[in-house]
Design a protein around this ligand. Structure first.
Ligand code: HEM
Ligand SMILES: *[C@@H]1O[C@H](CO)[C@@H](O)[C@H](O)[C@H]1NC(C)=O
Ligand SMILES: CC(=O)N[C@H]1CO[C@H](CO)[C@@H](O)[C@@H]1O
Length: 333
């Protein structure tokens, strides 16, 4: 009898805990601001549209910013905080761009409804709209909102994968954030637009794993082309398209997967996706399918759940995306 009662109470207790954790963690939903700021998604898409028209490279910049923010301490706009040693200052953040666009959107949104929309949601919405624009309007996804902004941003806690990790090491970083192997392969499809600096691939071109030879997994014709664009001993760090199909380097499409299946990946990790037994089948499925854009959107939604802050756990709605409401309670150095 005693045993029976305790089993029942354990069951009730765990159900209560389950619903509690569900209540306060998973509060994102599509159209979170419908009641308090009906127009927010239209305002974001208007400001984003104008900015993209002037500078299409904002699309890859913002997609990367969203990834970095979500991966470091959750999708809480902590990457936007200025500070002497905030996340912005960590070396993998080198060349993350798009901060001014976020400022412009925040200004426009505050004019319409002050103190309601988080910077974390602005990043998520702006990124969604830029994915749509970079795809030539071939895709669009509903992105849940309701994130709060974080108040902790430390360069020392930035934990981003290096392009030289193995697939398995990289996958572990995604698993830590409850993202699957398929999510990882889809999200790395973000490299279907944008650029890298030569410095990230010099080893692949000239001295792969101290062999004094190029990476054997790279197409030898591509090695020659890239050596020309990234000469050794140059004082400037050149720029290379991540998608080497020149007709689609700036278009969000499936071409990245076809490229890596032809040994034309740029970053080491990109090429490894196509080679490593853990991911090669997923790559081929995406390359041969016709639903990459749709699935990429879903993976972006999944990324958007990582480490979401709530009001209950100290999240806030910032006034400026660059600083906490109360800098005294903000850890940025
Ligand atoms: C998983 C491991 C990843 C590694 C190691 C990695 C590494 C890199 C590196 C080294 C660059 C070039 C930076 C530069 O030279 O300025 C880059 C650019 C970029 N990455 Fe990733 N990345 C990863 C995942 C992702 C994911 C998941 C996304 C998107 C969801 C993404 C989107 C981008 C974009 C769009 C660019 C181009 C940025 C621009 O043109 O301004 N990356 N990445
Ligand atoms: C390059 O991209 C275009 C446009 O997406 C595509 O039609 C073409 O098949 C691609 N070529 C290669 C070699 O992948
Ligand atoms: C743009 C930016 O903030 N870059 C910084 C990234 O990190 C390096 C090394 O810590 C700094 O020197 C850059 O200024």
């Amino acid at each position: 009898m005693a045993v029976k009662i305790s089993t029942t109470s354990v069951l009730i207790l765990s159900l209560a805990l389950l619903s509690f954790s569900h209540c306060c963690y998973g509060q994102l939903r599509v159209g979170f601001y419908n009641k308090d700021c009906r127009n927010v998604e239209n305002i974001v898409s208007r400001v984003v549209g104008e900015a993209f028209f002037k500078d299409p490279s904002l699309a890859p910049a913002m997609i990367r910013l969203y990834f970095h923010d979500c991966f470091s301490n959750g999708c809480d706009a902590s990457l936007l905080l200025d500070g002497t040693s905030s996340e912005k200052k960590a070396s993998p953040n080198l060349s993350v761009r798009g901060y001014e666009l976020i400022d412009d959107i925040k200004t426009a949104v505050e004019q319409e409804c002050s103190g309601i929309i988080s910077c974390a949601d602005i990043i998520a919405l702006a990124t969604r709209d830029l994915v749509t624009l970079a795809s030539g309007r071939k895709t669009w996804y509903a992105i849940p909102t309701g994130r709060f902004d974080g108040t902790v941003s430390l360069a020392s806690s930035v934990d981003l994968p290096s392009p030289r990790l193995t697939v398995s090491q990289t996958a572990d970083k995604f698993f830590d954030r409850k993202l699957s192997l398929t999510d990882m392969v889809l999200l790395l499809g973000g490299h279907t637009i944008g650029v890298t600096h030569c410095s990230f691939i010099m080893d692949r071109l000239y001295n792969f794993q101290n062999t004094k030879l190029p990476d054997p997994s790279m197409d030898s014709k591509l090695v020659q082309e890239l050596k020309f664009k990234c000469p050794q001993g140059s004082s400037s760090d050149g720029i290379i398209n991540l998608d080497q199909n020149f007709t689609s380097s700036n278009t969000m499409d499936v071409s990245f997967y076809k490229q890596i299946n032809s040994r034309r990946g740029i970053l080491h990790i990109d090429q490894q996706l196509a080679i490593d037994g853990m991911t090669s089948k997923i790559v081929t499925d995406i390359a041969n399918g016709n639903d990459f854009l749709f699935r990429f959107g879903q993976a972006m939604v999944n990324l958007g759940w990582v480490g979401v802050k709530t009001k209950a756990n100290g999240g806030e709605i910032r006034k400026s995306c660059r600083s906490c409401k109360d800098p005294l309670f903000c850890a940025t150095s």
